[in-house]
Design a protein around this ligand. Structure first.
Ligand SMILES: [Zn+2]
Length: 497
């Protein structure tokens, strides 16, 4: 039955303000982000003034205080820090590689992060070219391994897959080197033109044996001497400083919700970085993005339905320590988390989101991003990858949206001396801020939740179906998950929240 015309008009008048208001909110949000803003100045302060900020360092503590201030300057009243413990403090000493034979030349090198120091006076040893360090490479040189420094080759880093392989392939090489009684490993840099970078093979524990990264050109020169049949002998001196357990802090800011304030939508990026550069692409740019998203929502006078939480993690580079601790500490309120959005891929344009194997989430995200359809934010990935702070939310069955970004200029500068603010195009960062803020707000204003929190059984199936278990195995997380020591409780039932 058709309603009388007057009633229909009245109904239209009553529903129209809500519809217009959602559009208004988005328009005001985009205006606040794309107009003049403190975004670039915030990034400059974090990367140039504070600089590289390794967990446990004075710069890291300054960065925490700065982030709290930045949220407060953005008008966010609810800000807090939460501290957690990391097992061992570590600082690089004056790393030095001296070529003794066949002839001296300067080798540029840095220590692997959390590598043990070399004994006083350094290690003087023959260098053995071990190719890629496969089981066959070790087998072929089994007579010569004990007491040697192993020179291990790796391809130039070009894709995200190369990066994951660099991490995954290291552990077996180290295990073989330890078993063979090698003195240490010299890894050939995966970056060209003398660029050095920080790499870690542990979760913030001291590594099994001394290791350095040598400049690609210098490592290949050593390899050519060896190939020419000349004995190669070096002294590796790495007087790294190792300390005791220490605390680091996550920074949390919150904009309270209104009619659905009990439910939480969170956006996070990691605040800590390595220190050879100043942590601009990884991940200062996205720290500035998170703070800017909060500022713009506040400045636009938007009243979110759900509570918005902004999370700046610490200890990410030592094995996702901060987000892992947060998820454990907030276990009692995890049912209230509607979604966790993460961004940690530099400044490549956000093309969509990786939704960790959940098609219903992909559908919901498409709806949320409909107002930005012409921006082309539609390349959602059904599978997922690890390596950032969404992992522990995922392991709790919470819907996670990890920004899908192309490599852009991220990999050549990854953890490197060259990761500085000049690598960050502010225009691109503003557009990414607009996309992330629009997604966050859209999820907050929806009538329905983005998706359910998965129960244990559903989660196990999903992790195996997406092959995410392989990543968890490589990272040493899988056993803890299976045993219920990390992630969704074993007795959490078949589904629902
Ligand atoms: Zn990162």
């Amino acid at each position: 039955m058709r309603p009388p015309l007057l009633l229909a008009c009245l109904a239209l008048l009553l529903t129209a303000p809500a519809a217009i208001s959602a559009g208004d909110d988005l328009a005001r949000l985009l205006g606040a982000i794309l107009g003049p803003s403190p975004l670039a100045e915030n990034l400059r302060q974090l990367t140039d003034d504070i600089g590289g900020r390794v967990s446990g360092s004075a710069a890291n503590r300054r960065a925490v205080r700065w982030a709290v201030d930045a949220f407060q300057r953005a008008g966010i009243e609810r800000t807090a820090t939460e501290s957690f413990e990391l097992p061992v403090a570590w600082t690089e000493g004056a790393t030095r590689v001296e070529v003794l034979e066949p002839r001296p030349f300067a080798v540029r090198a840095v220590s692997i992060a959390w590598s043990p120091p070399t004994p006083a006076g350094g290690i003087e040893a023959p260098v053995l070219d071990l190719g890629l360090g496969t089981a066959a490479d070790f087998e072929a040189r089994s007579e010569d391994l004990a007491g040697s420094l192993l020179l291990v080759h790796r391809p130039v880093l070009e894709t995200w897959d190369d990066l994951f392989a660099e991490y995954a392939d290291a552990s077996p090489v180290i295990a073989r080197a330890v078993a063979a009684g090698a003195a240490g490993i010299l890894w050939i840099s995966t970056k060209e033109q003398g660029v050095l970078y920080r790499h870690i093979n542990t979760h913030g524990e001291i590594d099994a044996l001394p290791q350095a990264i040598v400049a690609r050109e210098d490592g290949l020169r050593l390899a050519r001497f060896a190939a020419a049949g000349e004995p190669v002998r070096v002294r590796l001196d790495m007087p790294n400083e190792v300390g005791g357990a220490f605390t680091a802090e996550n920074v949390i800011a919150e904009i309270p919700g209104t009619d659905k304030a009990d439910e939480i939508v969170a956006l996070g990026a990691h605040l800590d970085s390595w220190e050879l550069g100043s942590g601009a692409l990884d991940n200062g740019a996205n720290v500035a993005l998170v703070i800017e998203a909060a500022r713009a929502i506040q400045a636009a006078g938007i009243r979110p339905r759900r509570t918005l939480r902004f999370l700046l993690w610490n200890g990410e580079e030592q094995g996702l320590r901060g987000s892992r601790d947060y998820v454990r500490r907030h276990r009692d309120e995890l049912d209230r988390f509607v979604a966790y959005l993460n961004i940690d891929g530099g400044v490549g344009s956000v093309l969509g989101f990786a939704v960790a194997g959940r098609p219903e989430i992909e559908t919901a995200v498409r709806e949320v991003l409909e107002p930005l359809a012409s921006w082309g934010v539609s390349e959602h990935l059904l599978d997922t990858y690890g390596g950032s702070d969404h992992v522990d939310f995922l392991l709790e069955g919470i819907p996670v949206l990890d920004a899908n970004q192309p490599e852009a200029n991220y990999l050549p500068n990854y953890h490197a001396s060259t990761d500085t603010m000049d690598k960050v195009p502010i225009r691109e960062l503003k557009l990414n801020t607009a996309i992330m803020a629009a997604a966050l707000l859209g999820i907050s204003q929806r009538e329905e939740r983005l998706g359910e929190r998965l129960g244990r059984a559903e989660l196990e199936t999903l992790i195996e179906e997406t092959g995410f278990d392989e990543y968890l195995e490589d990272e040493g997380i899988w056993e803890d998950f299976l045993a219920g020591r990390r992630g969704r409780a074993l007795d959490s039932g078949a589904g629902g929240r």
